[in-house]
Design a protein around this ligand. Structure first.
Ligand code: SAH
Length: 202
């Protein structure tokens, strides 16, 4: 389990959930000895499972109270998806890489998460069918905030997304208040690229 010692993370519920979800199950057994260290690890297809601190920070930034409908872009290993599923009953997640989506479905089902739907596709355009979403979390970085994602946010909804250059970005929280959109910077970060129509070219 991830240690409850994640400096700077104040939300006790986030720390409690992270101490319970078995991160090792989302990586290859060869990496199990490293699964509870605070860094990202390879998950195949050139992608990585995010660093636990970043997972905690993103989850805390979503300010979840429990009833939110959440869209996640970049399922990857499914670890962040599991953390979100501990908070909310309705998780929609999109992954571009079919092999990762399949593995994430299998492990989430083995661990008993039944409130997650994963689609293979380009999440930079969101998932219009089930919109609007109270929260949208993007775990891959975009050159700009994808317009479709803001459009698919509900009123008073929050979008958390890394935005910037290909190798370095700023984690942003975007809040939709009626016609107004307010953006806040959380910290510098480095995520793999969001590849798609409203992300980076592949
Ligand atoms: N939260 C994941 C992070 C995975 S890395 C974890 O902790 O395991 C980001 C993921 O975004 C990668 O799996 C990558 O394949 C995926 N991705 C990149 N562009 C995408 C897009 N346009 N739509 C959906 N997923 C995308």
């Amino acid at each position: 389990m991830v240690s409850t010692q994640l400096p700077g993370i104040r939300d006790e519920r986030v720390l409690e959930v992270m101490s319970r979800v078995p991160r090792h199950r989302f990586v290859d057994p060869a990496l199990w000895p490293q699964a509870y260290s605070d860094y990202s690890l390879p998950i195949g297809a050139g992608q990585t499972i995010s660093q636990p601190y970043m997972v905690a920070l993103m989850t805390e930034s979503l300010r979840l109270s429990g009833g939110e409908k959440i869209l996640e872009i970049g399922t990857g290993s499914g670890y962040q998806t599991a953390i979100l599923a501990e908070f909310s009953a309705r998780i929609f997640s999109i992954e571009r890489e079919p092999s990762l989506a399949q593995r994430a479905r299998e492990i989430l089902s083995e661990l008993g998460y039944e409130n997650v739907v994963i689609m293979v596709g380009d999440g930079s355009k969101g998932w219009r069918q089930f919109s609007p979403y109270d929260r949208i979390l993007v775990t891959a970085s975009a050159p700009e905030v994808p317009y479709s994602l803001v459009e698919q946010l509900s009123d008073n909804g929050l979008l958390v997304i890394p935005v910037g250059e290909r190798d370095h970005q700023v984690l942003k929280v975007i809040e939709k208040k009626g016609r107004e959109v307010v953006a806040d910077d959380i910290c510098g970060c480095s995520f793999v690229p969001l590849i798609g129509e409203e992300g980076w070219p592949g």
